[in-house]
Design a protein around this ligand. Sequence first.
Ligand code: HEM
Length: 514
Amino acid sequence: MAAAAAWLMVTVLLGGAGVLWWLLSFVMDGSGRKRLPLPPGPRPLPIVGNMHLVGPLPHLDMLELSKRYGPLMHLQLGAIHTIVVSSPEMAEQFLKTHDANFANRINSEAFRQFSYNGKTFSFADSGPFWRETRRLCFTHLFSQQRIAAFRPVRREELDLVVRSIEEAAEARSAVNLSTALGTLTANMGSRIILGKKFQGEGKEVAEFWKNTRELLTLLGTFNLNDYIPLLRPFDIQGIRKRVKAVHKIFDEFMDRMIDEHLDKKNDHHQEDEKDFIDIMIGLMHSNELVDGHPVDRTIVKAIALDMLEVFMDTLRTPVEWAFSELLRNPRVMKKVQEELKAVVGLHRQVEESDIPKLEYLTLCVKESLRLHPQLAFVIHRGKDECEVGGYRIPENSTVMINIWKIGRDPTVWPNADEYLPERFIDNGVDTRGNDFRFLSFGSGRRICIGMNLAMVMVPLVLGQLAHGFDWELTGGVKPTELDMNVAFGLTMPRAVELVAVPTKRLHPTPTPTA
Ligand code: HEM
């Protein structure tokens, strides 16, 4: 009896100590100091936390919430601590001061499926695999030397688009610029990555683009399974099923492409003529290791598919937005055309070598990227708990930097909603990740790897469209009435396709005299 009473007492004491320890863990950290508070944020509901506050356009919801809770806000999204950052000062904390701790990617079901479980660097956590595959892609795709080597491909594809617009101009018919730009970037991307164009008069491109949009929408959708562990066995939004279906299409496509390359008998290309899959297959057959593992077929598929997808979307969308801004702002269009006339003249197309001299055109691209970043959020995941601005950022937190909001903040950018390229003249804003007011390419170790290519391609295509033609919107729509709504996904393209009627501007090339 006495023994039973003693056991009971020990149990009660241990239980009480456990409860006390659990309660203390909310106010003390591991070393016995008082725990810092979480950043301010709305009170969470049981299980869902604050998920009910985030709708299909999260950048707008987060903008409204940050007006109330400030530039460093905590949201409890299901089981995930989410830190929303909406000022340049706070962005610097995560992308510079604590960059090493916040350089991981989020761990979402859709990301895992698309990336063959993190086998491509864009979706991998920071670490040796990410570093080595990123270096590999930089060397073979994005170095100045490789960018220069692909110049003829870019020129040929751009000339084809210009020719088709000239035909439309002669027939006085409208051009669907969204489709034209989609075909251009798809053909350039597929020639560089796959060594050949999509087939079937644009049908294969249209199909690939449709699947790409589906994928990017799914990658950008809040999937309850990622936030509420209890729901993981189910797929109540049907996202898992849709991601698997679209990924299967891409996976089979990449298998076909790799088999075609392996079947090629006379593979004696010069180094400069090799496409990206040739290079990756070369690595597969060599002893090259990434993070101690041989480059296998899954890694080749994952990286090549990832690169093809970024080509498809990351060049079309910025040109579409920048050209929309020119159409909406005739004053700016006129200045761009005057500069092109002065620098290039009216007898030839724009060349890549003209870009450094086209200063106003470059300002137009920057201003468009400020208003229309490719991604609304730069999203990283933290490793360890740390302190920012006197608040506790728990380990494994998702950090969402609202670059869309920072780009439109009137306290950072006077007349923030207006398209004023002149604002970038001598304003000292660095656009390569060193200035936290302009984060369109991100910053720190995860900064966009395609930035150099984008800053050649976007001005080149934009300049060509403005130089070669005058444009009129269809259906009597006035410039100020142009629909500028956004379709949300992982990236933010126009919701409505851009259509306009061209008139030729250039004079025929004068025949050289004997
Ligand atoms: C104007 C066009 C572009 C914009 C605005 C843009 C923007 C961005 C942004 C904001 C990030 C995220 C940075 C981060 O997470 O911290 C990113 C990453 C990335 N971008 Fe771009 N990008 C553009 C063009 C391109 C192009 C043309 C390519 C390649 C063809 C590309 C490939 C990538 C890759 C692979 C990453 C992931 C890097 C990593 O995780 O280490 N981007 N880009």
